[in-house]
Design a binder for this molecule. Structure first.
Ligand SMILES: [Zn+2]
Length: 307
């Protein structure tokens, strides 16, 4: 099996697949393409590091895509097939000559399907070796993609793959490095700033004061989506996980507002700072599409006064 560090690097890339800039909605195409490719491999349809735009791949892509698509999504495979080349582990090469297709990934105008049928996609050799050798690797990559992009569709996606005798999802192994990939994503989108007090300490690019917290806990939601996360300093992280404070939905603030458990003593020195958070807006992430999801805020609100 690949080392934990290698896994972590791949997962971080998969967690941060580059997407088109348009709008706030994260388009699902690249993640679905990867899931479709892993599926073909599991079924023995694919066995070389030459992933052609075959009818089987197109059909499998469409089946998965149907599960997650929104109304205005185009079921277009050529776009992710080419633009995956921006992510650093995939190349599109011409069948004749095996040369990288210069247009793929870099141009806003995609090559025609006629041209693309004469190409194949190729994974980074190390990643490919793991996909080929270890069924467990494929399973973990797939689980990580679903946790990150499609947690709400996990069961339907599993049904398509025909996963049999699978363990209940809560008992499945998580991919090594999953936490690190989530943390990296959340810290980036919150610019290493606590979403409660705004404190930011960052030294040498890898030392950061804040930690990444799930809104709805991972064991319940199985979701590593960025909108299920919040960056918090250790104090506010502890207070949120102890249900003393909670980010809650609010009509006036898209990222929500903080509420504080009833009964905190505003006179006591240690509790005063926490109590002062009441009604303060949650400091939002850098892009609107990563705003805390309503369900996660609601989960926190519902648990505020229950412990
Ligand atoms: Zn803080």
């Amino acid at each position: 099996m690949p080392s934990e560090k290698t896994w972590q690097q791949w997962l971080e890339r998969l967690y941060n697949l580059r997407r088109d800039k348009g709008g706030d909605y994260e388009r699902p195409h690249k993640a679905i393409l990867l899931i479709a490719i892993l599926d073909l491999f599991d079924r023995g349809i694919l066995c070389h590091n030459q992933v052609a735009l075959s009818p089987e791949l197109l059909k499998t892509f469409e089946r998965y895509f149907e599960v997650v698509r929104r109304n205005d999504d185009w079921t277009a495979i050529d776009d992710p097939y080419c633009h995956l080349a921006d992510d650093g582990f995939w190349q599109v090469l011409a069948k004749s000559g095996n040369q990288p297709l210069p247009e793929a990934g870099h141009s806003s105008r995609l090559p025609s399907m006629r041209v693309l049928r004469e190409t194949y996609g190729r994974f980074d050799d190390d990643l490919w070796a793991s996909i080929v050798t270890y069924a467990q690797c494929r399973r973990q990559l797939r689980d990580a993609l679903i946790a990150r992009y499609f947690p709400a569709h996990r069961e339907e996606l599993d049904t398509i793959l025909g996963i049999q005798n699978s363990l209940p999802s809560a008992l499945r192994d998580d991919p090594p490095g999953r936490d690190a990939a989530f943390r990296h994503t959340i810290l980036e989108i919150y610019d290493h700033r606590c979403a409660a007090c705004g404190v930011r300490v960052r030294v040498d690019d890898h030392l950061s004061l804040v930690v990444a917290a799930h809104l709805t806990p991972y064991k319940i939601s199985r979701s590593d989506r960025p909108d299920n996360g919040l960056a918090l300093c250790p104090n506010h992280h502890w207070a949120m996980e102890s249900f003393l404070i909670a980010p809650c939905p609010d009509d006036g603030h898209k990222a929500g507002i903080w509420r504080v458990r009833a009964g905190l003593d505003v006179q006591a020195e240690g509790e005063r700072d926490l109590a002062a958070l009441e009604n303060r807006p949650v400091i939002p992430p850098n892009e609107e599409k990563f705003l805390p999801a309503f369900e996660g805020l609601k989960w926190r609100e519902d648990h505020l006064n229950t412990r």
